[in-house]
Design a protein around this ligand. Structure first.
Ligand code: SF4
Ligand code: SF4
Ligand code: SF4
Length: 293
């Protein structure tokens, strides 16, 4: 090996370490976390438990209106489904996004429902559609979110258990139908009414899935994280959101589902804990728009 070749290796290693430091601390260096994240049951076990919670709440609140003469605000405060859905789940979803990015999405039961029906549709030979440009733009998501806000203000969606139940069933049914007729995580990318909200609030989140070494990705011949044949696998899939994990540099579209972590043979994807609103500006090649938009 020549002297110049001997010098390249430590320089590359130093660059990789300094890049990792800029990105934060890679939690996958901690073995129990790595084992947990790579476990085949993650995230399905958590998604299933939360799906059971969703269905239980929807059943509990079904057909329940405030009795005659009872203030709806007071009634809402005494009903478990209303308290848990609007008093706990909704704010928790937003605050976990602010603090840790789209971690809710990692365990979201709606994604599980859409995932199941997408597989079912494929197995039944349904000609599933690709999400069109207009849906990908998020226009429908904005419209649905605005509709929820109007129903909260105008029809007390958050105060009437019966409406809360309809809201939950509506979400589950839309996820199921979208999954059945569209492919590639279409519900999350074009329909979910909280998708943009979480993407926006999660930008400064302290948790981020990123490549640990751009050089290793550049040298990678397998590219398992983007190969189409890996997308329909049950576990260790190429990115179901159609992102290129090697190039992900913001939290807006990444659902922290860690499928890219599992599928990457060189183990080059990390789960970084960073300070809030981590400035990616120090990373070379990152345009100013992608830092904040
Ligand atoms: S985008 Fe919506 S449906 Fe998809 S995982 Fe996130 S919250 Fe769930
Ligand atoms: S993330 Fe892993 S699989 Fe994807 S290009 Fe990089 S090294 Fe290859
Ligand atoms: S980049 Fe990785 S963690 Fe993010 S959505 Fe794609 S597969 Fe999931």
């Amino acid at each position: 090996m020549s002297t110049s070749e001997l010098q390249v290796v430590p320089i590359r290693q130093a660059e990789a370490i300094s890049r990792q430091e800029r990105q934060g601390y890679d939690l996958l260096r901690f073995r129990p976390i790595k084992a947990f994240v790579r476990w085949r049951g993650f995230p399905y076990v958590f998604q299933t438990a939360l799906l059971a919670f969703f269905v239980f709440m929807a059943v509990l609140a079904w057909g329940l209106y405030p009795p005659e003469g009872v203030n709806d605000k007071l009634f809402a405060k005494t009903h478990l489904a209303n308290l848990l859905v609007w008093g706990l789940w909704w704010p928790a979803m937003v605050w976990t996004a602010v603090l840790f990015g789209r971690v809710w999405c990692a365990v979201c039961p709606l994604e599980l429902v859409a995932n199941i029906t997408e597989r079912l549709g494929r197995a039944l030979g349904v000609k599933q559609r690709v999400l069109g440009k207009w849906l990908r733009s998020g226009a429908l998501i904005v419209g649905l979110y605005a509709l929820i806000q109007m129903l909260v203000a105008g029809a007390s969606l958050h105060r009437t258990p019966a409406y809360t139940s309809l809201f939950l069933w509506g979400l589950l049914a839309t996820a199921a139908l979208t999954g059945f007729f569209f492919r590639d995580r279409a519900f999350c990318r074009g329909f979910c009414p909280v998708g943009l909200l979480l993407g926006t609030y999660g930008r400064g989140g302290m948790l981020a899935v990123r490549s640990t070494s751009k050089d290793q990705c550049g040298d990678c011949t397998g590219k398992d994280c983007v190969r189409a044949c890996n997308r329909t696998k049950l576990d260790a899939r190429s990115c179901p959101s159609l992102l290129n994990p090697a190039r992900v540099n913001r939290n807006a579209d990444c659902l922290v589902c860690v499928q890219c972590v599992k599928v990457c043979q060189p183990e080059n994807m990390g789960l970084f804990l960073r300070r809030p609103f981590h400035p990616v500006s120090s990373m070379p090649g990152v345009a100013w728009r992608s830092r904040w938009l």
